[in-house]
Ligand binder design. Structure first.
Ligand SMILES: Cc1cc2nc3c(=O)[nH]c(=O)nc-3n(C[C@H](O)[C@H](O)[C@H](O)COP(=O)(O)OP(=O)(O)OC[C@H]3O[C@@H](n4cnc5c(N)ncnc54)[C@H](O)[C@@H]3O)c2cc1C
Ligand SMILES: NC(=O)c1ccc[n+]([C@@H]2O[C@H](COP(=O)([O-])OP(=O)(O)OC[C@H]3O[C@@H](n4cnc5c(N)ncnc54)[C@H](OP(=O)(O)O)[C@@H]3O)[C@@H](O)[C@H]2O)c1
Length: 546
């Protein structure tokens, strides 16, 4: 069964994705309780959450050209999350508008068994952190059939949505919108297909024209190869678990696994489970809140490096860094300028929480103070700010975490030799809500590293490029350092003359250091996908060589 398969909109353990099972869940935070919303008569008739084909309006066929798997594709996209889906939409819209004359041969390879968007974090009541107008199409072409408004229209919910008076749909509804878009492109997507490598295809002399993409069927393990002139890598983030946590332990999970895994790990909703959540971002706060609702007798701790939970800044001046045009002003700047600006604007996105949830959690803490008294160690639910994890050890009935106090903001704080106040926490489960890394493309491209330009080694990792070491081969006997950078058009910059015009590798979602904070988000997907389609297939694009 798919990890978060839904039956009547409920997770298999009874976690209500509509939010109606837990009137007290995350959805209790914002006043617009979903318990009185979607599940209460509005648009429940059309299979909103299970996406079963046939329960909705008939799909309009897309204009992309399904290709023979043996042929050389014009474009192979790795990953079919929102970034690649936006490419499919932009291609369709360009063909429909006639700006693209001929349908390219395109294939999308996705490792999940079907379309899901952060399924492990589809929590009841969680809201989008972005206006629905920043959907997959509107900013590029508000008349596209793939806008969020057209989705609502086709699902017969437009008027009801208007009456919600919000720009921020429920995350479950947005996932349903994305799935609705994805369902149009089923015949150009191969699911259950995990890409493992992208290698140059050796030909006769001259620049490289074709890449070979190797993938593994996630069910059977069988390896398959596909050929393509252009490969777009849009694989999103990879869960990051800090070294202080025993990543291999079955009692440690990452936030991205939360909704899928928790019902299997903590099976008794009445049990007094002890759970520690590590992190101070939106994922950490949502899980800390949700677990208390799912397991009313639990004892939970939120262990954070920062002293306080801090609100995400979505005020209008700051928000302009997510404007599509901002990329044009940021990209040409110096590495130092970009780094400083991104660091200054970090509180728009990283290690921050929406204010409504912070206020809700503060109220919970206040209630404990009022009911139990000021000694926080007696409270079932604690927010432990300004802490570092010194060690985690297995004990007979779980894990024991040793935490210490540490100055906030001191990234180099070393727990060895620490002599201050320590505390031991016994837990059944640790949930690492510790964010994501974005470097999967590096390993995937290992066989193509020798096509990258040589560079001086750097003493520390850079934010806007990656350095890799190429072993000396028979023709290239001296090991060398190569640099992987992308241009403004998201294309990897190979050595001069190494790759033929009309062929290339394109990266999405890992270019924050050059293209800004919007790169990992949904903010610019409508415009970015249009730019990429234009770069690869537009009239100004280099002509493919035969
Ligand atoms: C819980 C959560 C909520 C969020 N909410 C918002 C929000 O409200 N607004 C916002 O702007 N951003 C939000 N984000 C940020 C998020 O990164 C973007 O919304 C969006 O998911 C980016 O799309 P993507 O396609 O780049 O990456 P992803 O959504 O991560 O998609 C990548 C896809 O690639 C697939 N894949 C990975 N590796 C391989 C491989 N080797 N082979 C084949 N397929 C592979 C994955 O299965 C996945 O389907 C949220 C993030 C999280 C974690
Ligand atoms: N509602 C939504 O739409 C929603 C929900 C969840 C996530 N998201 C999005 O998803 C993205 C990721 O959010 P996220 O909350 O998963 O991750 P995040 O914002 O990157 O936060 C990671 C947290 O982990 C902490 N951390 C990292 N390494 C640590 C270590 N070694 N020890 C202790 N703590 C450590 C960080 O601490 P420091 O702060 O000290 O660095 C930070 O608080 C963001 O774009 C976010 O907006 C959106």
């Amino acid at each position: 069964m798919a990890p978060h398969s839904t039956v009547d909109g409920h997770l298999s353990n009874g976690v209500g994705v509509h939010g109606d099972t837990y009137a007290n869940g995350v959805n209790g935070v914002n006043g617009t309780n979903i318990a009185n919303g979607i599940s209460n008569g509005i648009s429940t008739s059309n299979g909103t959450h299970n996406g079963t084909p046939g329960t909705r309006h008939k799909r309009t066929p897309h204009l992309l050209k399904p290709s023979d798997p043996e042929s050389v594709h014009d474009l192979l996209c790795i990953g079919f999350g929102p970034a690649s889906l936006a490419i499919a939409v932009a291609l369709h819209d360009s063909l429909e508008a006639g700006t693209l004359k001929e349908a390219p041969r395109v294939l999308f390879l996705e490792r999940q068994a079907q379309f899901h968007w952060h399924a492990g974090m589809l929590l009841p009541g969680a809201k989008m952190q972005i206006s629905f107008i920043k959907d997959l199409a509107s900013l590029r072409d508000p008349r596209s059939r793939f806008t969020f408004l057209n989705y609502l229209h086709e699902e017969d919910r437009l008027i009801d949505f208007i009456n919600l008076s919000t720009f921020l749909p429920a995350r479950t509804e947005y996932e349903d919108y994305l799935r609705w878009c994805a369902s149009h492109f089923g015949d150009v997507v191969k699911y259950q297909t995990e890409v493992v490598s992208i290698a140059p295809v050796k030909g006769s002399d001259g620049p490289l024209k074709t890449f070979e993409v190797t993938s593994r069927n996630t069910k059977t393990g069988q390896l398959t190869t596909h050929l393509a002139r252009n490969v777009l890598v849009a694989v999103g983030g990879q869960p990051s678990i800090p070294k202080c946590l025993p990543a291999g332990s079955p009692r440690v999970i990452h936030s991205s696994q939360y909704a899928n895994t928790i019902p299997k790990l903590l099976t008794d909703n009445r049990a007094p489970y002890r759970v520690a959540v590590v992190g101070a971002g939106q994922s950490a706060a949502e899980i800390f809140n949700n677990i208390q609702t799912l397991y009313p007798n639990s004892r939970t701790s939120l262990i954070m490096r920062s002293e306080f939970l801090k609100p995400s800044d979505d005020s209008p001046f700051v928000n302009s860094i997510f404007n599509p045009a901002f990329i044009d002003s940021l990209y040409p700047r110096s590495a130092k300028y970009r780094r400083n600006l991104i660091s200054e604007a970090k509180t728009t996105n990283y290690g921050v929480v929406r204010l409504e949830l912070i206020e809700h959690l503060f109220e919970k803490m206040y209630d404990q103070r009022r009911e139990i008294g000021p000694d926080e160690k007696q409270w079932p639910h604690r927010i432990m700010g300004g802490r570092r994890i010194m060690s985690v050890n297995e004990v007979s009935d779980g894990l024991q975490i040793k935490v210490c106090l540490a100055p906030p903001g001191d990234d180099d704080f070393d727990v060895t030799g620490y002599e201050g106040e320590e505390e031991l926490l016994d837990v059944d489960l640790i949930i690492a809500a510790t964010g994501y890394q974005r470097s999967a493309h590096l390993d995937m491209l290992r066989d193509a590293w020798h096509l990258l330009p040589e560079s001086q080694p750097e003493s520390k990792p850079m934010d806007d490029k990656w350095h890799v070491k190429v072993d000396g081969g028979s023709n290239d006997s001296v090991p060398s350092t190569r640099v992987l950078e992308v241009g403004r058009d998201y294309g990897v910059r190979f050595s001069q003359g190494a790759v033929a015009p009309g062929s290339g590798v394109w990266l999405q979602g890992c270019n924050e250091g050059t293209h800004g904070l919007s790169d990992t988000l949904l903010s610019v997907l409508a415009t970015r996908s249009g730019e990429i389609v234009e770069s690869i297939f537009g009239t100004g694009a280099p002509q493919q060589q035969n």
